[in-house]
Design a protein around this ligand. Structure first.
Ligand SMILES: [Zn+2]
Length: 181
């Protein structure tokens, strides 16, 4: 069964076009992360989580959870994206890059985001959206205001509007196909 297409999100330009603001493309990149989340399930690669790393407004890598495909419990979307981006750029840090995650990162991925020095994180939906379909609560509380995390120099943005709804809906839309681990 391949119903990936029906979940492919058409992204419409907003009203009268570009305003030139630095973060205008957040929704575009986040929607790609959401599409990757669907692809993870439809390809049987892993759970419905996607991540995109962007540098200077251009996508470096876009990937999804590979836990099942790789038989690797650490192959979450964000960790996979960090590994691939570093390999592609040929360096160990990503301080000029931003990461877009379909869902709020778990503590492991949040750690990977820190050690790779990504400068900005935008995520689509709260961990609770994943918990609601059976993922365990390891995901939650990674970035929920502890002093430890507040100290770091990382801009974090939770998306809102249409793209946030799309990110949240991933879990309910893939629920029947999920292999929980
Ligand atoms: Zn993770």
């Amino acid at each position: 069964m391949d119903n990936h297409q029906e979940h492919t999100l058409e992204f419409q330009a907003n009203g009268n076009g570009c305003t030139g603001a630095a973060h205008d493309h957040d929704d575009v990149f986040l929607k790609k992360a959401v599409e990757e989340a669907y692809a993870a399930v439809h390809c049987g690669d892993g759970g419905p989580f996607g991540a995109v790393i962007v540098r200077n407004g251009e996508i470096v890598v876009q990937c999804h959870n590979m836990v099942l495909r790789n038989t690797d419990p650490t192959a979450h979307a964000e960790v996979t994206a960090v590994r691939m981006a570093c390999k592609k750029l040929g360096r160990r840090e990503l301080s000029d890059c931003e990461i877009y995650a379909s869902c709020e990162p778990c503590p492991m991925c949040f750690g990977a985001i820190h050690v790779s020095r990504l400068k900005r994180l935008v995520y689509g939906t709260e961990a609770e959206s994943a918990l609601a379909v059976g993922f365990d609560d390891f995901i939650a509380d990674a970035i929920r205001g502890t002093a430890k995390y507040q100290k770091v120099n990382l801009e974090i943005k939770k998306a809102d509007g249409e793209v946030a709804t799309a990110a949240r809906d991933v879990f309910q839309n893939t629920k029947s196909q999920l292999v929980l681990y």
